[in-house]
Design a binder for this molecule. Structure first.
Ligand SMILES: [Zn+2]
Ligand SMILES: [Zn+2]
Length: 389
C-alpha cells in the first residue's frame, strides 16, 4: 500500500518540472550508486535500487508521468485524461482499489529511448547480447528431475531371497500451480535468492563458495516467484514407495525405481529412485560375486576314511561326501548352491567348501594309547620327501 505514497520526483532527487534529460542523468547516478553489483548483499541498497528503477520507469515515460502527476501514484489501469473518480482525492487512490498488484515491470516498458536496456548498456559498457542485465529473464526450459539415491541395509539371507518393502522417500513433484516454471508470468523483479547479484553462497563443509544462482540462472532477475513453490518449480512430497529388491543383490547394487526421483519441470520426466543395497555378513559363509565360500573342519578319521558330512549353505544344511584320503585344504564344489545371478535369474553361483583337518583332541589316557598304537602301525614320516628324519 505504501507504494501509492511514493514521491518519484523526490526519489530521483529532481524537481516536478524536471526535463527528461535531468531525470535520466539523476537516475543513472543513483542506479550506479545502489546497483547490487556495487553493494553485494546489501538489502537496503537493493530496496533503494528497486525504488529508483520504479521511479525512473514512470517518470521517463511521458504517459506514465502524466498519470503520476495527476493521481500522485501510477497504475497501468489509470487514464491520465479520465475525469476524477469520486473519492479519488489528489495523492490518494480510489477507496477499495487493490494496490498489491502494482509492480514495476521493465519488460513492459516500451518507450524506446528510455528503455532499461539502453541505460544499462551505457552504464556498464558493452551491453548487447550476453550482458547480465537483460530486461527479459531467461525463459525456464523443461528439465528432467534429479535422481535420488537411498541406501538400504539387507541381511545375507534377504539378499539371497530378494525382498519387497516400503521406503519413505523425500522427493518432490512438479508444482501444480506453475507447472514447474517457477513463476506464473508475473512482473520481473530482482531475484530474491541472490539479491540480483546472480551468485549465491554455498557451503561445503566449513568452506563457502559462490555459485551461479539457480533461480535466475545468474542473470539476477526473474519473474515474481510462484507462491506455491517459492519459484523452485517443484514442491516437496514425502512418499511411501514400494520397492522390489531382486534376489541376488550385493553390497553396492543399485536397484532402479523409475520416476520416483525428484519431479521434473514444465512437463519433463521425474528422475529415478535408486536403492543402493548394503548386504550384511554371514557368520560362516563368505560371498564373492555369485559364489559362496566356506571352510569346514573335518576329523582325521573322516578325512582318512571318507565320510558324508553336513555343511552350511545360505539355504540351510546340505550334504557333502568327502572321499577317503582327503587332504586338509582340499576344496569341493556344490553346484548351484550360490546366489542367483542378478543379470540372469535362472543362473546360480556355486558354493565352494574347503575342508580343514582338525587335530584329534586327547580326552583320556585311552585316546593317548590309541594314538601311540596308530603311530606304531603307521610309521610313515611325512618329512621324508625333504630328506629329513
Ligand atoms: Zn510453482
Ligand atoms: Zn538469482
Amino acid at each position: 500500500m505504501a507504494k501509492k505514497d511514493k514521491d518519484y520526483y523526490q526519489i530521483l532527487g529532481v524537481k516536478k518540472d524536471a526535463k527528461a534529460d535531468e531525470i535520466k542523468k539523476s537516475y543513472r547516478k543513483l542506479a550506479r550508486k545502489f546497483h547490487p553489483d556495487v553493494n553485494p548483499n546489501d538489502k537496503a541498497a537493493e530496496e533503494k535500487f528497486k525504488e529508483v528503477q520504479e521511479a525512473y520507469d514512470v517518470l521517463s515515460d511521458d504517459k506514465k508521468r502524466k498519470v503520476f502527476d495527476r493521481f500522485g501514484y501510477y497504475n497501468d489501469n489509470l487514464d491520465p485524461d479520465a475525469p476524477f473518480a469520486s473519492g479519488a482525492a489528489a495523492g490518494g487512490g480510489p477507496s477499495g482499489f487493490d494496490f498489491s498488484g502494482f509492480s514495476w515491470e521493465p519488460g513492459s516498458t516500451s518507450s524506446g529511448s528510455s528503455s532499461f536496456r539502453d541505460i544499462f548498456s551505457d552504464l556498464f559498457g558493452g551491453g548487447g547480447a550476453g550482458a547480465r542485465h537483460e530486461p527479459e529473464p531467461p525463459r525456464p526450459l523443461p528439465k528432467r528431475g534429479r535422481d535420488i539415491e537411498i541406501p538400504l541395509a539387507l541381511s545375507f539371507e534377504e539378499a539371497f531371497k530378494g525382498l519387497t518393502t516400503n521406503i519413505t522417500v523425500n522427493r518432490s513433484e512438479q508444482c501444480s500451480r506453475c507447472q514447474g516454471a517457477g513463476d506464473t508470468g508475473g512482473p520481473v523483479i530482482t531475484c530474491p535468492s541472490c539479491s540480483g547479484t546472480g551468485q549465491v553462497l554455498k557451503s561445503g563443509g566449513r568452506l563457502q563458495f559462490s555459485q551461479t544462482c539457480p533461480d535466475c540462472e545468474g542473470t539476477g532477475r526473474r519473474r515474481t516467484p510462484c507462491s506455491q513453490c517459492n519459484g523452485k518449480g517443484v514442491t516437496p512430497k514425502t512418499e511411501q514407495v514400494k520397492v522390489r529388491i531382486p534376489a541376488g543383490v550385493d553390497t553396492g547394487s543399485r536397484v532402479r525405481v523409475p520416476k520416483k526421483g525428484h519431479g521434473g519441470r514444465l512437463g519433463a520426466e521425474p528422475g529415478d529412485l535408486f536403492i543402493v543395497t548394503n548386504v550384511g555378513k554371514h557368520p560362516f559363509l563368505e560371498r564373492k560375486g555369485d559364489n559362496v565360500y566356506v571352510t569346514v573342519p573335518v576329523t582325521v578319521p573322516e578325512a582318512a576314511l571318507g565320510a558324508r558330512i553336513e555343511v552350511p549353505t545360505v539355504e540351510g544344511k546340505a550334504q557333502l561326501k568327502i572321499p577317503s584320503g582327503t587332504e586338509s585344504g582340499q576344496k569341493f564344489r556344490l553346484r548351484e548352491r550360490g546366489f542367483p545371478s542378478l543379470r540372469n535369474p535362472s543362473l546360480r553361483g556355486d558354493q565352494f567348501v574347503e575342508v580343514k583337518i582338525t587335530l584329534p583332541r586327547v580326552v583320556s589316557e585311552e585316546t593317548k594309547e590309541v594314538l601311540r598304537q596308530f603311530e606304531k602301525l603307521n610309521s610313515e614320516n611325512p618329512r621324508k620327501v625333504m630328506g629329513l628324519e
